[in-house]
Design a protein around this ligand. Sequence first.
Ligand code: M6R
Length: 367
Amino acid sequence: EKGGFEHFMLKEIYEQPKSIRDTMRGRLLVEEGVIKMAGIWDHQERFLNAKRIIIVACGTSYHAGLVAEYLIEDLARIPVEVEYASEFRYRNPIINKRDVVIAISQSGETADTLAALKLAKEKGAFIYGINNVVGSSIARITDAGSYTHAGPEIGVASTKAFTAQLTILSLIAIKLGKHNGNLSTERFNALISELDSIPELVQETLETTAEQVIEVAEKYKDAPNALYLGRGYNFPSALEGALKLKEISYIHAEGYPAAEMKHGPIALIDENMPVVIIATKTGHYEKVVSNAQEIKARKGQIIAVVNKGDQEVRKIADHVIEIPNSSEEFSPILAAIPLQLLSYYVAVKLGRNVDQPRNLAKSVTVE
Ligand code: M6R
């Protein structure tokens, strides 16, 4: 049932071209120039009149929510707040009827996310679910929702569910941007045809990055710590990369917005500190290059995720991992792939129980 792969996690990483395509199927209609999502369309008044969108989630799903903050604010110009469900539910949040609360959850059973949603519902918000498991508790209590069609995710580390969440969130942001007049037809068409090509680009990323990633994993597997840095759309990618490494390899890792380095974490940098930097061409590239220089000046070991053909970062980094070119909006989907593979191979080389890491459960049904 692992389809010839050694672990479910690896199988699920390699399934992503398909799971992303499945998530778009029937929704992204490039020829017709439409995004069809009944959950949004049937409630468009709620979305288009929303004063703000609040996203609640935990773990990897929270990181998908952070990417959505960039997507929705950028493309649809609706204010977005992203909250850990566990914090949101206990701080007497201010919620009103014109808020739309979106819960992102692979399992649809995460206790804190479910409770946060119930609270928002009691206060009159419109509640929307982005879940992978059909008929799950969250899916049942929401007013509407969109399922990710990633298929069953068995590995405790979330991989294909994450990229499916990013896919749904991209569709929602683009759809809302079109309907509220923020996206021209031209821009809308460009975005949807690029999104349609993402499964192929994910396939290409899997094929072209694995070898370099294995080399990097071998070199740094004994490091006690690692830092992950990114900016803009790829700041959440840094958080997600670090979470993935921690949970399956048990190496302490932290994700940071790259510019925050100088406010503290840079003190950690020396020749023993591996620093994974996401430095894609679109979005703050020059600034990330200068962050990389600051790290190199302190002898940090730089592993850079860059776009194909990159010249600048190559001069500074110890290792470069090239991903295909894309718009900034979709770069977190592509950047996720080598970071998933990196955590996987480090964990395998350390002999960890990749699919069932210690102390963790696939769905966290207690708070
Ligand atoms: O099922 P959910 O998406 O609600 O789960 C949330 C987190 O428990 C989950 O993403 C967790 O962080 C993963 N193990 C990360 O890989």
